[in-house]
Design a protein around this ligand. Sequence first.
Ligand code: DQA
Length: 150
Amino acid sequence: MRSILILNGPNLNLLGTRQPEVYGHETLEMVENACMAHAQKSGVIATCLQSNHEGVLLDAIHAARGVHAGIVLNAGAYTHTSIALMDAIFSVEIPTVEVHLSNIHAREDFRHTSYIARAALGQICGFGSQGYIMAMDALMQKFAQLEGAS
Ligand code: DQA
């Protein structure tokens, strides 16, 4: 069965209490449970990981090679700073969809730049936690395309 890594970066462990007017009232546990339920319904496996540390996120992306068929990545503020995370996604060649709860393009200028977007299949932002489900669906469509092509 195909597996999708749901990877969340810094401060996303605080979801539910962190600026709920921006990020919503759902906790990370609720978001992850919704992803796992969607995976089960769709016949894939979802594995969830959150870290506040860039190196741990890098290690998780490296370790995903040969294990996960796709990655849903909300890199939090590292989105706007981390060339290392971008390079990791390019290096492992695992289809990755970038997700943000908020619409980063409608916010401060420094959030308009995403290094992740350069390496990702695409970006979903502004749809709250539903964005994770949309990203999983996008990956599953990609898997089907790849399977059809082989
Ligand atoms: C975020 C947007 C980032 O700009 C911010 O630093 C976050 C959360 C989002 O999900 O909307 O931590 O990635």
